[in-house]
Write a protein that binds this ligand. Structure first.
Ligand code: AMP
Ligand code: TRP
Length: 354
């Protein structure tokens, strides 16, 4: 297996194995991995099984979802020659780093994290791992000295926490008496968020999320797609709020999902010329004079056209799960080897070497 090491700029990202990925995950992050895979980064992409354990507490479910997600990555076009796809738990050093980060982070600081605040607002009882979820994520990123982290907007705060943590570690541990502050161990990672797709809406218009049950799974069957598209809520939200705007009254929930496909050359080639540009799509929406049914039919058809080849490729890859298992095992070992040096440095800096 060849892995791109043409420069040492590392791209890293992960997704939790908590169920089937949806089109929000795809457009928000997964697609970016495919687009960036041949751009000279050293690409490392993982299934966040440690993170998933916070909510998935059944061994068979977790291991199956982990394998499934690895297959999903391959099915959407992630090239295993260019991207090292691995399992987070195959690099247990991230938990060691998390423990070190625990020791330099205060409770009030982590209590400002959105996920914690949301859970608290809903009076949910959260476990310790959920509370420190952002620090495990900081370790995931910092252990690679990653340059860029493709994510959806909901993860922006987590990347900021990773940056704060890097800075704090560097400040506390990376100085020498004679030279003052040394260049720190950890690099500052940057979030890579594509603004057009930073928050893909679900069928109720809120952010698409597995936990809200408003999602369109990426590998859904045709009937499921039709049913989900027909259930998109159209009585709230409009593409334009100004009543003089020609798009006023056009249901934004349908449009905002449809616009993900603008410029998709396969669909345009298949005759969907209204996807050639945003103006063309807007014109198509205006031309139905506020009738939702033809718009939903068109969206369902486009989703089916888009998803059918992905589903076929997925089915093909899923025939050989052992190959995928082998890839994960090999890649886990590769990544472990690659992070070894940095972890050894960190251990020295904090005083674990006597
Ligand atoms: P999760 O399913 O929460 O593990 O999310 C995996 C990745 O998908 C993260 O980078 C998220 O930011 C991204 N993501 C999840 N939901 C959406 C959404 N509705 N729109 C855009 N990106 C999303
Ligand atoms: N927290 C991310 C999510 O829920 C998943 C994740 C875990 C991640 N570790 C990461 C994403 C490191 C990017 C980098 O979507």
């Amino acid at each position: 297996m060849t892995h791109n090491t043409s420069n040492n700029k590392v791209l890293v990202t992960g997704i939790q194995a908590t169920g089937r990925p949806h089109i929000g995950n795809y457009f928000g992050t997964m697609k970016q991995i495919v687009e960036l895979q041949d751009k000279g980064y050293e690409n490392r992409v993982f299934v966040a099984d440690y993170h998933s354990l916070v909510s998935v507490q059944d061994a068979d479910t977790l291991s199956q979802s982990t394998l499934d997600l690895a297959i999903d990555y391959l099915a959407i076009g992630v090239n295993p020659e260019l991207v090292t796809i691995y399992k987070q738990s195959d690099v247990p050093e991230v938990t060691e780093l998390t423990w070190i980060f625990n020791s330099i982070t205060t409770m009030p600081y982590l209590m400002r994290a959105h996920a914690f605040k949301d859970a608290e607002a809903k009076n949910k009882e959260i476990n310790v791992a959920k509370f420190e979820y952002p620090l495990l994520m900081a370790a995931d990123i910092l252990i690679h000295n990653a340059e860029i982290v493709p994510v959806g907007k909901d993860q922006k705060q987590h990347i900021e926490i990773a940056r704060d943590t890097a800075e704090k570690f560097n400040r506390i541990f990376c100085k020498t008496e004679t030279e003052g502050e040394e260049a720190g161990i950890f690099k500052m990672p940057e979030a890579y968020i594509v603004s057009d797709v930073e928050t893909v809406p679900g069928i109720d218009g809120q952010k698409m999320s597995k936990s809200y049950g408003n999602h369109i799974p990426l590998f859904s069957e045709d009937e499921e797609i039709r049913k989900l598209v027909m259930s998109i809520v159209t009585d709230s939200g409009s593409v334009a709020t100004d009543s003089s705007d020609p798009m006023a009254g056009i249901p934004s929930n349908v449009f905002n999902i449809h616009k993900l496909f603008i410029g998709n050359s396969d669909l345009i080639k298949a005759g969907k010329t209204y996807l050639a540009s945003e103006d063309a799509l807007k014109e198509f929406y205006r031309s139905t004079a506020g009738k939702y049914k033809p718009l939903k039919d068109a969206l369902a058809e486009d989703l089916i056209l888009f998803i059918t080849p992905l589903r076929a490729k997925r089915a093909e890859i899923a025939k050989n799960p052992d190959e995928v298992r082998q890839m994960l095992a090999q890649n886990g070992a590769i990544i472990r080897e690659k992070v070894h040096h940095l972890v050894a440095d960190v251990r020295k800096k904090v005083g674990f070497v006597v």
